[in-house]
Design a binder for this molecule. Structure first.
Ligand SMILES: [Mg+2]
Length: 261
């Protein structure tokens, strides 16, 4: 069957997620007041700990699991009240951010009352300027556009995922975009893959999926009968989950075209 459609994952496939989170946290350390500084790596560790502490066991976390968003995303994500679950996350956000940044300020020896807002604003800025594509993403999409129907299938909060893809200059390449939170499902649920195929007007056996995570992208594509290509980028430590076997493995999107014949 000749390939007629290509489905891409977003985070850590077309644009870096965890490397961008970490770099933004480390840069935020520079916003601490004089005399209160801790090393950027320690700042990052403290902030990650605080985010997990104030996230674990909350109703927001319970909901977030259903659409697959994270505590770190809650530190910068835009408001979205389009469903009751997303409204719950949006309500949770401001108090969560204040708690996290107050805890970080205390750990750094700064006055939490005067410092938390500075850290909050700085982190949002530092994270916002890091919505960038990998160098090979735009060339690969340019090459595929026009020749194949292109779909984006990503887990997370719809507004967040669309914002990131748009800020990185990726969104307009896709004929169809499906975010797990639109349906309150998440990859690897094959219903997401099947719905996207339907919207693309494509069949499973003439479609290829490209994604980084075994447990979500590869498992879901395999279950839906779509050929799966796993991208294992050198800077991505999160892609290996279990014994799920992709049809092919690449390390750069430059290798993609040879699998689209
Ligand atoms: Mg991914």
């Amino acid at each position: 069957m000749p390939i007629t459609a290509v489905i891409f994952d977003l985070d850590d496939t077309l644009m870096p997620e965890h490397p961008a989170d970490y770099a933004a946290l480390e840069s935020t350390a520079g916003a601490l007041p004089e005399g209160a500084s801790i090393a950027p790596l320690e700042f990052r560790r403290v902030a990650l700990d605080a985010a997990h502490t104030h996230w674990d066991g909350t109703p927001a976390q319970a909901y977030a699991r259903t659409v697959s968003t994270s505590s770190l995303e809650m530190l910068w994500s835009p408001d979205d009240r389009s469903t009751p679950g997303l409204a719950l996350l949006t309500e949770f956000g401001p108090g969560f951010r204040e708690s996290v940044w107050r805890a970080v300020a205390v750990a750094a020896g700064a006055d939490p009352v005067h410092t938390w807002r500075t850290l909050d604003e700085r982190y949002r800025h530092e994270r916002d300027i890091r919505h960038r594509p990998y160098d090979d993403a735009i060339p690969a999409l340019e090459k595929a556009r026009g020749e194949y129907r292109l779909g984006l299938l990503t887990n997370g909060v719809p507004k967040v995922q669309r914002y990131k893809a748009s800020a990185a200059g990726l969104l307009d390449y896709f004929d169809e975009v499906l975010v797990s939170g639109d349906l309150e499902l998440r990859k690897p649920d094959p219903r997401l893959f099947e719905l996207l195929l339907e919207r693309l007007g494509a069949n499973a056996d003439s479609t290829v999926l490209v994604g980084d995570r075994s447990a979500t992208d590869i498992a879901g594509a395999n279950a839906a009968g779509i050929r799966s290509i796993q991208i294992r980028r050198p800077d991505n430590k999160h892609q290996m989950d279990g014994d799920i076997i992709p049809d092919a493995i690449i390390t750069s999107l430059e290798e993609l075209s040879k699998y689209l014949q």
